[in-house]
Design a protein around this ligand. Structure first.
Ligand code: G
Ligand code: G
Ligand code: MN
Ligand code: NA
Length: 251
């Protein structure tokens, strides 16, 4: 189809970019890191949503080259941020099946000279559906590199609690769907957020809550004890230029 054809050329034609959405420390609102989010602007079709092109990239295996580019670019950009600011990169299950992913990440770390502990790989539970031997080996290799692992979109899909014990995750990202409506009378979401924070804490993992848009939601998730907060209340995804501009102005 059209999108698939165009996506094949997107990298070469430099139509892809990364935007970065901050996640902040819950206690003081300071930026702890940025999540890299891929953006595609086609000369004729305009901006195309990741929800449209990422699935196509995954089906066609284009995600391998797109993902490699994103990892290198994100590390290069992070090298210009303060040393205590992390960079989180989304990794598809299809990339997890790819030979040499750890070597690509190792190469990007070496080229950018950033501390591996600043790099967080965001994966979803879908990685557990596939070849477990290979997946476990990759988890071990990534831990050896010193990068961090986050379980993304937690609470959606099948979200078996057993996944939390299956891999050495450093962080759990509580899905935005638990924030939506959480401050309404009778919502069950606050109890679910509490439970996730509790199990993550017991396992020594940090938590980020996604999709915080309003002050009452912020108050709620802080009360629940999440470590980091991400959402439009703090910031939409930003360009690297914007981040550097803010840094320069001491903001
Ligand atoms: O930015 P937005 O919320 O529209 O992203 C939609 C989805 O696309 C998210 O689930 C996100 O994880 C995924 N996504 C965004 N950037 C990347 C990327 O660089 N690699 C992969 N594999 N997925 C991404
Ligand atoms: O699946 P993943 O968590 O990687 O996707 C992150 C997506 O969530 C990004 O595309 C980002 O634009 C979107 N997002 C981040 N914060 C908010 C928010 O506060 N509200 C909404 N509606 N979407 C958000
Ligand atoms: Mn994510
Ligand atoms: Na998510």
């Amino acid at each position: 189809n059209d999108i698939e054809e165009a996506l094949r050329d997107a990298l070469q034609n430099e139509e892809l970019s990364l935007h970065y959405q901050p996640f902040v420390h819950q206690e003081n609102g300071k930026v702890a890191g940025y999540e890299a989010l891929m953006r595609w602007q086609h000369p004729k079709m305009g901006w195309i949503e990741p929800s449209k092109f990422i699935p196509i990239a995954e089906e066609t295996n284009l995600i391998t080259s797109l993902g490699e580019w994103a990892i290198r670019q994100a590390c290069r950009d992070a090298a210009k941020w303060p040393n205590d600011v992390s960079v989180a990169i989304n990794v598809s299950a299809a990339q997890f099946q790819q030979e040499g992913l750890a070597a690509i990440i190792g190469g990007a770390l070496a080229a950018s000279a950033i501390d591996p502990a600043r790099l967080e790989m965001e994966i979803t539970e879908s990685v557990f559906i596939s070849d477990m031997e290979r997946t476990d080996k990759l988890f071990r290799d990534l831990k050896k590199l010193g990068v961090r692992l986050s379980l993304d979109d937690f609470g959606t899909g099948f979200s078996s609690l057993s996944y939390l014990g299956r891999a050495p995750f450093d962080k759990v990202k509580i899905d935005r769907s638990f924030v939506v409506g959480s401050t309404e009378e009778g919502s069950r979401n606050p109890a679910i957020i509490s439970a996730i924070v509790s199990v993550a804490g017991a396992l020594g993992m940090r938590t980020t809550v996604e999709g915080v848009e309003a002050l009452d939601e912020l108050a709620l998730v802080r009360e629940k004890g999440v470590d980091y907060i991400q959402g439009y209340l703090f910031s939409k995804p930003l360009t690297q230029d914007k981040i550097l501009e803010k840094q320069g102005s001491g903001e």
